[in-house]
Design a protein around this ligand. Structure first.
Ligand code: P1T
Length: 382
């Protein structure tokens, strides 16, 4: 398992050309809402920053390059990116969604889009027969998050693509957890890839953002129209910060992944730990698939602690290198309690069925020194 050497180069140069006017090596922040026209509708290619902005344009080229796609589109959050994808559908359309998605994704689909006549069905996609059985004539989209949040289940993208093609449904992959460094859904046949760029792509816990990547011209036009017409675009400063973040994505992922694996190994031998969820462990139920489909396993590790809820809280409070906070993928290590935090909006019965309970802890291992991270967990668990 390793990062492709060309990816280290790709991330450094993705989307960024020296500024043609000044030679500035970094893309300037075009902090402007509008552009002066020489005559009505005669301009230099930009007329209004909701429609287009040179800093955002560079970011969109970088997004496309990251996933090896023809097009990239930038949004103001991961959920705004998801919203734009769903808004190409029509009332009556049926969407199959993997059951263990980010809590906010489920909330967007169940509480907002279901109001507009779209039908969402949440199923366990680790078994292909579940998908095959659930497909119906109105199925227009299959929504796969892999690895899943927070239980790190791995879904077979190539096999799901086959089922989606038979059903003439679009296959969307939320690639946030794997990052473009460790998983390339387009190479496996996906139609749409999306990211919460708040996470690994941003990597510094200082921005909220989203990305959509596509290859198909018509799909691009449809999603771009939603971006323009609905307007959930990032500002030029966020776009600049992301361009800067992307340059170190590969080196950051290498350290996240090293720390994730060491933490998973440490936890799986600890007497106070009931179970560990990490696709890089041979004991993970989809470890073989993960090795085939991914090039690394990132810094995301979930585990169930033995003991009472009070003991869980004490453990969370004792951590020093890990900060108790929502989100993931930043350089600093974070710890999250999915049941009470990121996945509190998942219906209780569903949470119970999935196994998101009081003892589940999710770690986002940062890029700190491995011994310091392990020592922090050791003292917190003691
Ligand atoms: O928070 P936002 O940038 O809008 O992205 C939403 C989102 C989409 N997809 C996945 C897989 C995610 O994990 C998220 C956001 N997740 C968290 C905030 C979290 O702590 O899990």
């Amino acid at each position: 398992m390793s990062i492709r050497s060309e990816d280290y180069t790709k991330v450094v140069h993705a989307g960024v050309e020296p500024d043609p006017r000044t030679g500035a090596i970094m893309t300037p922040i075009f902090q402007t809402s509008t552009y002066v026209q020489s005559a009505p509708n005669e301009h230099k290619g930009w007329d209004y920053s909701r429609a287009g902005n040179p800093t955002r344009d560079a970011l969109e080229v970088a997004f496309a390059a990251l996933e090896g796609a023809k097009y990239g589109l930038a949004f103001s959050s991961g959920l705004a990116a998801e919203q734009a994808i769903i808004q190409i559908l029509n009332p009556g359309d049926h969407v199959l969604v993997c059951d263990d998605v980010y809590g906010g994704t489920g909330r967007l689909f169940r509480r907002l889009f279901a109001k507009y006549g779209l039908e969402f069905e949440f199923i366990d996609m680790t078994k292909m027969e579940n998908i095959a059985k659930a497909i119906k004539p109105s199925t227009r989209m299959i929504w796969v998050e892999t690895p899943t949040n927070p239980l790190l289940k791995v879904i077979d993208i190539a096999a799901t693509v086959k089922l989606a093609k038979q059903a003439k449904a679009l296959l969307v992959v939320d690639n946030t957890f794997a990052s473009p460094i460790y998983q390339s859904p387009f190479e496996l046949g996906a139609d749409i890839v999306m990211h919460s760029t708040t996470k690994y792509i941003g990597g510094h816990s200082d921005i909220i953002g989203g990305a959509v990547m596509v290859n198909d011209d018509k799909l691009y036009e449809e999603i771009k129209f939603v971006q323009f017409a609905a307007g959930a675009v990032p500002g030029p400063f966020e776009a600049f910060l992301l361009l800067r973040s992307i340059k170190t994505l590969a080196v950051r992922m290498a350290k996240h992944s090293e720390n994730g694996l060491e933490v998973a190994k440490f936890l799986s031998q600890h007497k106070k730990v009931e179970s560990v969820f990490y696709p890089g462990l041979p004991s993970h139920p989809q470890h073989e698939l993960a090795k085939k489909q991914m090039r690394g396993f990132t810094g995301m590790v979930s585990f169930n602690l033995k003991g009472s809820y009070e003991q869980v809280v004490t453990t969370l409070q004792k951590m020093k290198v890990f900060s108790l906070a929502e989100s993931l993928g930043g350089v600093e290590s974070l710890v999250n309690h999915p049941e009470k935090m990121t996945h509190a909006s998942v219906p209780e019965a569903m949470r119970k069925h999935l196994g998101i309970g009081p003892n589940l802890i999710r770690l986002s291992c940062g890029i700190e020194g491995t011994p310091d991270i392990i020592a922090d967990l050791e003292q917190a668990l003691s």
